[in-house]
Each structure stands twice: as structure tokens, then as C-alpha cells.
Write a protein that binds this ligand. Structure first.
Ligand SMILES: N[C@@H](CCC[C@H](N)C(=O)O)C(=O)O
Length: 281
């Protein structure tokens, strides 16, 4: 089995190309657990399949390091876009990729190098209702810094679906928060029936924020593209940043530029980078 390892801001996945050959009888959940393991596998935040689609130009499936399937992956989408463009499966710079969360549009910038390109992704419209996240509570209501008691402590959360679930908490300094302790508590809280990605944000100014993430199914990662979009949406809803302006999101792995536009769509621009090509034994 040939693979390509890529990352966006250090959020790294092992990619399998199913556009020309299939992987029959493969348990992708188990494969993701094995490959993601740094001691017995390759070491990654999960695996991503690039497959044909009936509804778009390509289809992406993403499996987290624990084997669970995610509905979308902002950093993964940029990598898939670079891969299919570089390998001439796409003959235009703008095309569509199907995910379990719907079809998104991607635009590959032409001034990239072999190693790295910049890609813009229309991540679609955020889901603000509790029923859309999904989370417990009145399905048609929203959260804005709403206090929740979880495992004996109180957390003020703004919850957003970017196709996948995100809970965002504003803090004074993201570096000071023990994310490795709080992250799993929030992820597994029974408030979230499908678990949740948990992000913490501190606001630098009205066009710049810091963001760290504990990802559902993968733990702490260096970046989460869908989470950065959720962080911008949450900061806008709480009037901490300027509406409709491009916002720079600083993540441990680098920066993303995110804009929640007048049309309610969230665009995200960032790098997509090759690490290596290889063959599974
Ligand atoms: N790293 C991703 C998100 C991957 C899926 C997520 N852990 C989930 O289960 O929803 C991104 O860049 O968006």
C-alpha cells in the first residue's frame, strides 16, 4: 500500500489514494489506529482517504488516531487539494471535495513549490444551534459563553459546528491552560453525545487570536483547521473580533487566515505540505 504523509501546520495525516486503486476489505478504523501509533506505526494524527465522488470532483474521508471517523478536516482538505492538483487529477485550481459534512470548494494557489502550497477552503456555513453541534439542551437555542458544569468545574463555552463539533472557551493566555487535563474531560462530557473538539482562545486584538486545541479522537494536535474557523465564529459571536474581516489565527503549528463573510460562509487559507511518500509493509 503506497501512502503519502502530509501536514497543514503540523496537523499530520497519512493519505491513501483510492482514485485509481481500491483498498478492499480494509478496516480503516483499525488501520488508522495502527498507523497513527508512533511506536508500531508511522505516527500521525490519523489517516485520510482520497476517493472518487458521485457529488463532487473528489471525496475525502478522515479517521482520527483512535479510529473514529470525523466528518471533516480543515487541514486535511488543503492537503487533499494540493495532492490531487499536483498529481493532475484536477485540471483547474478551483474544485469541489465531498466530505461527510457536505461538499466544499477549494482553491489551490498557483505560486506553490513542490513541497508546499497555499490553499483556500470554503468551509461552509457554521451551525450555531445546539441541535446542530450536537449537544444537550434546547435544540433551537445557541450558546454564547454559556456556563456549563462538567465534572465539578464550570466552563464558559461557545459551541459551533463546522460540519464537526467544536466547543470554544476564552481564556487569558492559551499557554497557561493544562489542555491535556481539561481536553479529555470536555471531549467525553455527556453534554456532547458525539464527543467534541475542545479549543481555547485568547484574543490579541480585534483581528488576531491565539488558539490551541484538544481534538476529538486525536488529543492535542498542533493545529485544527475546522477548529480555527469555529474559534473565529465564536469570537465574532462574543464581539471580541471584527465581523467580516480576515482574522489571523495563531496555532502552535503556524498561522491560518480565516474570514467569516457576509454570505455566512467561513473561508480559511493556509499551507499544505508534503512530508514523505512511502509503502506500507
Ligand atoms: N484536524 C482536523 C479535524 C479532524 C477531525 C476531528 N478530530 C473530529 O473528530 O471532528 C481539522 O483540521 O479540522
Amino acid at each position: 500500500m503506497q501512502f503519502t504523509k502530509m501536514h497543514g501546520l503540523g496537523n499530520n495525516y497519512v493519505f491513501f489514494n483510492l482514485l485509481e486503486s481500491q483498498m478492499d476489505n480494509v478496516d480503516f478504523e483499525e488501520l488508522s489506529r495502527q498507523i497513527s501509533n508512533v511506536n508500531h506505526g508511522i505516527g500521525s494524527d490519523g489517516i485520510i482517504l482520497i476517493a472518487p465522488s458521485d457529488h463532487a470532483n473528489f471525496k475525502m474521508r478522515i479517521f482520527n488516531a483512535d479510529g473514529s471517523e470525523g466528518k471533516t478536516c480543515g487541514n486535511g482538505l488543503r492537503c487533499v487539494a494540493k495532492y490531487v492538483y499536483d498529481n493532475m487529477y484536477a485540471d483547474t485550481t478551483t474544485f469541489e471535495i465531498e466530505t461527510l459534512a457536505g461538499v466544499v470548494t477549494v482553491k489551490v494557489e498557483e505560486n506553490g513549490t513542490y513541497e508546499k502550497s497555499f490553499v483556500n477552503v470554503d468551509m461552509g456555513e457554521p451551525g450555531l444551534l445546539k441541535g446542530m453541534v450536537p449537544m444537550k439542551g434546547e435544540p433551537d437555542s445557541t450558546t454564547r459563553n454559556e456556563p456549563f458544569r462538567i465534572n465539578g468545574a464550570e466552563y464558559d463555552l461557545t459551541c459551533v459546528s463546522m460540519g464537526n463539533p467544536h466547543a470554544i472557551m476564552f481564556v487569558d493566555d492559551v499557554r497557561e491552560v493544562p489542555l491535556e487535563k481539561i481536553g479529555p474531560v470536555i471531549e467525553h462530557s455527556d453534554l456532547f453525545p458525539e464527543r467534541v473538539n475542545f479549543g481555547i482562545v485568547d484574543v490579541i486584538n480585534r483581528q488576531e487570536i491565539n488558539y490551541r486545541v484538544w481534538e476529538r479522537g486525536s488529543g492535542i494536535t498542533m493545529a485544527c483547521g475546522s477548529g480555527a474557523c469555529a474559534a473565529v465564529v465564536a469570537a465574532t459571536l462574543n464581539n471580541k473580533i471584527d465581523k467580516y474581516k480576515p482574522i489571523t489565527v495563531h496555532l502552535p503549528g503556524g498561522d491560518l487566515l480565516v474570514r467569516w463573510g457576509e454570505d455566512n460562509h467561513v473561508w480559511k487559507r493556509g499551507e499544505a505540505v508534503y512530508i514523505c511518500h512511502g509503502e506500507l509493509i
